[in-house]
Design a protein around this ligand. Structure first.
Ligand code: T1G
Length: 694
């Protein structure tokens, strides 16, 4: 096994190199040898200074997340950093790639930090339901000041090298030759004879810090925590750095970390971290499958979805040929795209030049022939099978032989669409979520004939355009929307039997959802569901009546709620309450108070159950894929890990018992417990780690 920590010399400078692929995580197999090496160098009088660097593509990207939840192995990262910080000789961290979490904390244990110009530095622990647990909340404020430290740690967002330099997080940046520059920097420091001050002893940014301003900012950030504990703990720990002596603040940080790391929320968010990466490992698409090159994408349709998809590709640097039926629709679409970029410029998240560069990547056309040079074509036309089949038969005629042909359908049968071409192996679904230039989730719908290299290609494209891909199989609604239907199936009965839209939605927001189902319908537009139901010969008592009154939701100022003067804030409407009461009376339903627990078991339990059925049918390869879909596409609270992880927290036997009770009452299939759920419960196995043969 290769050495994870080695020493080389450049005269009186000792260079310590960590080599622990793929991201130099600070696993135990790194910490122990590093401790020994530092101990040796500290006592070696021939060493005047130390440079700490990493092999491979990045400086240390954090503690080893896989080690959490297992018995701790000393030395832990704090011990190693304390040793490093106690060395009196100048110590210099040479940072390339992404110095994140424990990696940045390790660098903060050095006297100095030099970053390659392309490096990024951050403390993303909050995204794992944690806080920096190796001194980051106590050292970072001493370099950049409490306000900047609070923002970096609560957001978890990394900063580029130039921003790190401006905020004194790093002492220098390096255009090239980072390693040589770091050695020269260390040599100068050693030769200067000036004592190097460890970060722990730098108090200028702390003394006299404006605590009131800090508390005000922390209170603002706390409003966005939405039930997550980690952001609050992060803020508390940074505050301790201001109000407590260093070692007390460090001890308090450890206490907060220990509480979080063993909590359900961090376990849930760590589950999602690995789940997102597992989702890109697709059965029968191994690393030996080489992806095709995508130089240009073609998007058919410049409406809300098509325009958003086109922006997603352009944002990933992929030129887009944008096709619409006529010049007027095309100009409308381009104007919407331009407006979206202008909003980003006004917010400061995009420069004028970058906006111009992106607009230049669009090649608008009304001529199908112009799609002939595209390597990947995505249609976002009207959600109707006949229309889509016509589009694909046209594409079959004009697209180049190696082109990938993708449909953005939300529900329709991708195999049937593929059958309208002579190349079903090149056809698949790319189900984006609106707004497609913002929402992370991309459901990649694998047709029965879709070729492995086509899948490998779109998985790579998903990463390039900043999407979180999950490969799913063909069924009505695939994974996300099929489970959404199950979640909604009994919702109207809750209204008829006694709950108000506001009461149901309040249970959802209390659970951690951004909004409840009825507010969501109003935002999406009730007319969409109405059209789908009519097409499938289905009815929904309340929603149909609302639509018949032209109450389509926010777009008409009225839906399940009222929206005054164009506001998006839902206001309970007595007319709707009356409509519900009348509908209940017509059906002889005696209305009653419905408690939160019943609302959860009649909406979220069927949703979990549908997920288990999806796994049984092989429509999703693993339960954690479903958790990635729901946390990235539908706002399932990350602190609960997704529907599958949350089901384990609830307890499968309890869910099954309630489903059976509901099934007995209603006979509804959504309440019929899936065989998989019952088998796992009987075997005492978790649902969230289930891997099928999908
Ligand atoms: N621990 C363990 N494995 C990790 C890891 C980590 N910190 N980071 C990445 N991996 C694995 C990952 O699962 C994948 O494995 C492979 O490396 C490539 O990752 C005490 C408590 C660095 C930006 O949160 O953000 O330090 O799937 O596919 O797209 O205060 O990895 O190949 O088997 O993501 O190039 C804090 C997490 C930890 C950073 C690279 N650090 N990592 O992205 O590759 S907690 C983080 C990332 C901590 C201390 C606290 C990204 C990346 P496999 P990848 P990438």
């Amino acid at each position: 096994m290769t050495e994870t920590v080695t020493i080389t010399r450049d005269g009186e400078i000792a260079i310590v190199t960590i080599d622990n692929p793929p991201v130099n995580a600070m696993s135990f197999r790194v910490r122990e040898p590093l401790r020994k090496v530092l101990e040796t160098l500290a006592g070696d009088s021939s060493v005047a200074a130390i440079v700490l660097t990493c092999a491979g593509r990045t400086f240390v990207a954090g503690a080893d997340i896989a080690e959490f939840g297992r018995p701790a192995q000393r030395p832990d990262l704090r011990d190693v950093i304390a040793m490093l910080e106690a060395i009196r000789k100048p110590t210099v961290a040479a940072i390339h790639g992404t110095a994140l979490g424990g990696g940045l904390e390790l660098a903060l244990g050095c006297h100095f930090r030099i970053a390659d110009k392309g490096a990024k530095l951050g403390l993303p622990e909050v995204k794992l339901g944690l806080l920096p647990g190796a001194g980051g909340t106590v050292r970072l404020p001493r370099l950049v000041g409490p306000a900047k430290a609070l923002k970096m740690i609560v957001s978890g967002a990394p900063v580029p090298a130039d921003v790190a330099l401006a905020s004194a997080l790093v002492d220098a940046t390096s255009e090239s030759n980072l390693f040589a520059n770091a050695v020269a920097f260390a040599r100068d420091k050693a030769a200067s004879g000036v004592a190097s001050v460890p970060v722990r002893d730098r108090g200028a940014q702390i003394v006299g810090a404006d605590l009131a301003a800090f508390d005000a900012e922390a209170a603002e950030l706390a409003k966005k925590a939405r039930g997550l504990e980690a952001p609050l703990a992060c803020a508390q720990s940074v505050r301790n750095a201001i109000t407590l002596p260093f070692d007390e603040a460090l001890a308090a940080e450890r206490e907060l970390f220990t509480k979080l790391v063993s909590g359900d929320q961090s376990r849930a968010q760590r589950h999602l971290f690995f789940a997102e990466r597992e989702a890109t490992k697709v059965p029968r698409v191994g690393k030996e499958v080489s992806p095709l090159e995508i130089r240009r994408a073609g998007i058919i349709g410049a409406g809300t979805m098509g325009g958003g998809i086109a922006m997603a590709f352009v944002n990933g640097g992929i030129p887009v040929t944008l096709l619409e039926m006529n010049r007027e629709a095309l100009d409308r679409g381009l104007a919407m795209i331009e407006k979206n970029y202008a909003i980003s410029v006004s917010r400061g998240s995009l420069s004028e030049d970058a906006k111009a560069g992106r607009m230049a990547l669009f090649a608008p056309t009304t001529d199908y022939a112009d799609l002939a040079e595209c390597d990947l074509i995505v249609e976002a036309v009207f959600e109707d099978m006949a229309v889509k089949r016509e589009v694909f038969s046209k594409l079959d005629a004009i697209a180049k032989p190696t082109a990938i042909l993708a449909t953005n359908t939300s529900y329709l049968d991708v195999n049937e669409i593929a059958a309208s071409t002579s190349r079903p192996q090149d056809v698949l679904g790319l189900h984006f979520f609106s707004p497609a230039n913002v929402m992370k989730l991309l459901e990649i719908v694998r047709g029965s004939r879709t070729a492995p290299d086509v899948l490998a290609t779109v998985l790579g494209v998903a990463k390039r355009i900043g999407k979180v891909p999950v490969v799913v199989g063909v069924c009505h609604g695939f994974v996300g929307n099929r489970m959404l239907s199950a979640r909604s199936d009994d919702a109207e009965n809750l209204l008829l039997e006694g709950a108000s839209p506001g009461e149901v939605d309040k249970v959802f927001t209390g659970f951690g959802w951004p909004m409840g189902p009825f507010q969501m319908y109003d935002m999406a537009g009730l007319d969409i569901g109405w059209r789908n139901r009519k097409a499938r010969g289905q009815t929904a008592v309340i929603a149909d009546r609302l639509c018949e009154q032209g109450r389509f939701g926010q777009k008409t100022g009225k839906g399940f709620y009222r929206y005054e003067n164009g506001s998006r804030t839902p206001v309970p409407d007595p007319e709707v309450a009356q409509l519900i009461e009348d509908s209940a009376r017509e059906r002889g339903i005696e209305r009653r108070t419905i408690l939160a627990g019943e609302i959860i078991e009649r909406t979220l339990y069927p949703m979990v159950n549908e997920g288990a059925k999806i796994l049984e049918e092989g429509i999703a390869a693993r339960a954690s894929d479903i958790d990635i879909i729901w946390t990235n596409g539908y706002g399932f609270p990350v602190g609960k890990g997704g529907p599958m992880f949350w089901a384990d927290l609830e307890g499968l036997p309890k869910i099954i018992e309630r489903l059976e009770y509901r099934h007995g009452l209603s006979g509804k299939d959504v309440f019929r417990p899936s065989a998989l759920l019952k088998r796992l419960a009987a075997e005492g196995r978790p649902l969230s780690t289930f891997v099928g043969n999908g």
